[in-house]
Design a protein around this ligand. Structure first.
Ligand SMILES: [Zn+2]
Length: 409
């Protein structure tokens, strides 16, 4: 059922669990690991040695006078491999590489041309060209493609779980039902994860790295379309089939300005997304073709645009008010190009606080994304690392190594 290792359980104190603690704490002493896991110091030493032998951790800090090692701590070793993160959009693609600690090694930046995205060439050819572009990025950065450990690809569409199938992708309607991971598998044997881009933004915005289970947030991507991702107790919540967070297809007051594949009449996205605003303003004779145009006109105080943004903000805020009462998150994070429109954001805030219970509002912080331009690609790196370093995966590899050792002996 669970194709992803990161969704599988791992026993407390196992090799994978010890690696998880080291990863979430940055650098930790052996005695700290013993305290956190309840393992005997000798068992901690065995675990750390096995992880070091696998190239996953190393010791940092100085050895004191007379060889005193008490200042030494164990940290993730980022140097034995890297992950590839891809952000695929309606009109752009971006690829980036991060080491195993998540530090960025290379980034193509946003490419508006260079990889044909949809239409004539089909998904297989798009993936083939994307792969070639990624290998070039690795080589240009002095990285050996053989050291690639995992790939994560963000798409602006729902992704069904557990099979990672694209569902009615509005950015490429002819890709409906396509499993991008299978197309990548024609080029690489490493795990390839495909994820909704709003889910990746939510992962990138997950805070409290030391206590990730404290993180409870909803990231809302406001762009041409509207998407959202949910972090519940530090983990991405996809729901049973991958549809969690599809709040954009809630029926709202107002009239659709664009079509939507969801079939819900007057859904939030068809009434209040950037694309809906553009369509409605065009009909009214305003020269606007992109969300960048909307932002520019809003900055000039264009009254028709400001009115549309305020109305849209009220509708989005009202839906989020329901979501906040239901989920009681700590944070609502606003991301995507439209989150840079002040009239939209202030209307969302005031309507949201007006519509939710004081008990839910008291703990709530509504904030802008910390890295609006980079959140999706950062989230893809995190997802790829979460998979490669997943406790259940490390446990399984350790089990296989132990079997090999036993049969060799
Ligand atoms: Zn819809």
């Amino acid at each position: 059922m669970h194709r992803r290792y990161q969704d599988r359980a791992s026993a407390p104190g196992s090799l994978g669990d010890v690696l998880r603690l080291i990863r979430s704490h940055g650098a930790v002493s052996r005695s700290g690991l013993a305290r956190m896991t309840g393992l005997a110091p000798s068992t901690v030493a065995l675990r750390v040695d096995a992880l070091a032998a696998a190239g996953l951790v190393h010791e940092v800090g100085s050895i004191g006078a007379l060889g005193d090692r008490r200042g030494r701590r164990v940290a993730l070793d980022g140097s034995h491999g890297f992950v590839l993160a891809v952000d695929l959009g309606a009109n752009h693609v971006r690829a980036a590489i991060a080491d195993l600690t998540g530090a960025e090694l290379a980034d193509t930046g946003v490419l508006e041309h260079g990889v044909p995205l949809t239409g004539a060439v089909g998904a297989r050819e798009t993936v083939a060209q994307l792969w070639r572009r990624s290998v070039t990025l690795m080589r240009d950065s002095g990285l050996d493609p053989a050291a690639l450990r995992a790939v994560a690809v963000g798409v602006p569409a729902p992704v069904a779980h557990p099979d990672d199938r694209l569902v009615a992708p509005s950015f490429a309607p002819d890709w409906d039902g396509i499993v991008l991971a299978d197309l990548f598998a024609e080029h690489t044997a490493v795990p390839v994860l495909v994820e909704n881009d709003a889910n990746l933004i939510a992962l990138a915005e997950r805070s409290d790295q030391h206590e990730p289970e404290q993180s409870q947030l909803i990231a809302v991507k406001l762009g041409t379309r509207i998407g959202s991702g949910i972090i519940a107790r530090g983990r991405l919540h996809r729901g049973i089939g991958g549809a969690a967070g599809e709040l954009a297809h809630t029926a709202v007051d107002g009239t659709s300005a664009i079509g939507c594949t969801c079939g819900v009449p007057n859904c939030l996205e068809s009434v209040a997304s950037g694309g809906a605003l553009i369509a409605r303003l065009q009909k009214a004779g305003v020269a606007v073709t992109s969300t960048a145009d909307l932002l520019a006109l809003a900055a000039q105080g264009d009254p028709a645009v400001v009115d549309e943004l305020r109305d849209a903000g009220v509708r989005i805020g009202r839906v989020l008010g329901v979501v906040v009462n239901f989920f009681n998150p700590k944070e609502i994070v606003l991301a995507g190009s439209m989150s840079a429109a002040p009239p939209l954001v202030s209307a969302i805030r005031s309507e949201l606080y007006r519509m939710c219970l004081p008990l839910a509002a008291d703990a709530l912080e509504v904030r802008a994304s910390r890295a609006a331009q980079d959140a999706a690609i950062r989230g893809a790196s995190i997802l790829a690392l979460d998979e490669f370093l997943a406790p259940a995966r490390v446990d399984e590899l350790a089990g296989r190594a132990a079997l090999r050792t036993a049969s060799a002996g």
